[in-house]
Design a protein around this ligand. Sequence first.
Ligand SMILES: NC(=O)c1ccc[n+]([C@@H]2O[C@H](COP(=O)([O-])OP(=O)(O)OC[C@H]3O[C@@H](n4cnc5c(N)ncnc54)[C@H](OP(=O)(O)O)[C@@H]3O)[C@@H](O)[C@H]2O)c1
Length: 328
Amino acid sequence: MKAVTYHKYGAPDVLGIEEVPAPTPGDKDVLIEMHAALVTATDAIFRAGEPLFSRLFTGPRKPKAKTLGGEFAGEVVAVGKDVTRFAVGDQVFGDTGPALGAHAEQVLVSEDGALAVMPAGLEHAQAVAVLDGVLTALPFLRDHARLREGQEILVNGAAGSVGAAAVQLAKHFGARVTGVCSTAKLERVRSLGADDVIDYTEQDFTRAGRTYDVVFDAAGKSSFPRSKRVLNSGGVYLSTAPSPGILLRSLWTRKFGDKRAVIAFTGLRPATDKAEDLRRLTELTEAGRMRPVIDRRYPLEDAAEAHRRVDSGDRQGSVLITTKHAAP
Ligand SMILES: NC(=O)c1ccc[n+]([C@@H]2O[C@H](COP(=O)([O-])OP(=O)(O)OC[C@H]3O[C@@H](n4cnc5c(N)ncnc54)[C@H](OP(=O)(O)O)[C@@H]3O)[C@@H](O)[C@H]2O)c1
């Protein structure tokens, strides 16, 4: 089968297409013919090997996993002899997790992995786009912030994958949402359901005179010391971006003070938790609470172009790579 591969860190040109052995399902495995997969900011970071911190996951000198990609949608084409929950012909979506490997014609996932039947009525490209950012935003808001109806939340980086999912999920939880993004993305963030928007090129949200129960820095561009002043008493600051500062402050604020700082690594959650979240996402999507927004799609062979689009920062929604099986 064809796979997008890379053997060294760098610009999108390090990506190539190779013929690699097709995976063979073990007794509990599900083999999926990939139709559409996301290219995310995390894929771009893992490709570049920067920031250097990311190499803790991908390998210090060169990438351990040769094929990137996490979230995908496709059709089950084979199952191991002990698989009971999926059958050949099922239309599924999921996440390969730390193993990566979704940017290929076929993807192998354990039946106990992050895999679920796609929401009804969506094409594969839409199903994987609706998944964009959700497996990060949902645990941050539900498990770490315990966001509830009537609370005020600010989402920094509200036009990005994680931020856009957070805006939609926060509205579903009944919160009042302020989204922070650049000028060109204000309309997109409003259309996702944000009650208020702040243009970070014009205004610093930490000086805008409003306070919040939760500040979710989905972009990882602010800091707890600066954001603390806009947190209400008992408020929570969440960050997706690891740094020594946030790691120390998350330990310190667990014991001291009435405002908490939280960093989490949602990609490392057990696959069974992610599978549960996929089923929840299917319900929310079928109820019209979450909707896919596709920026551009590229054939598998043009994966480097897809990475360039992600690197540009211009995208207004999900960037996908698709195979010949995806509906046009
Ligand atoms: N900890 C975890 O478990 C976890 C899991 C997944 C991802 N992540 C990390 O989360 C981060 C975001 O991921 P993503 O997929 O959402 O990335 P993304 O889709 O590229 O979005 C990043 C957003 O950051 C915004 N931004 C850039 N500079 C900003 C600034 N100065 N102030 C406010 N916003 C700014 C951009 O907004 P504009 O487009 O409006 O300029 C962009 O939409 C990445 O660093 C990723 O590695 C962490």
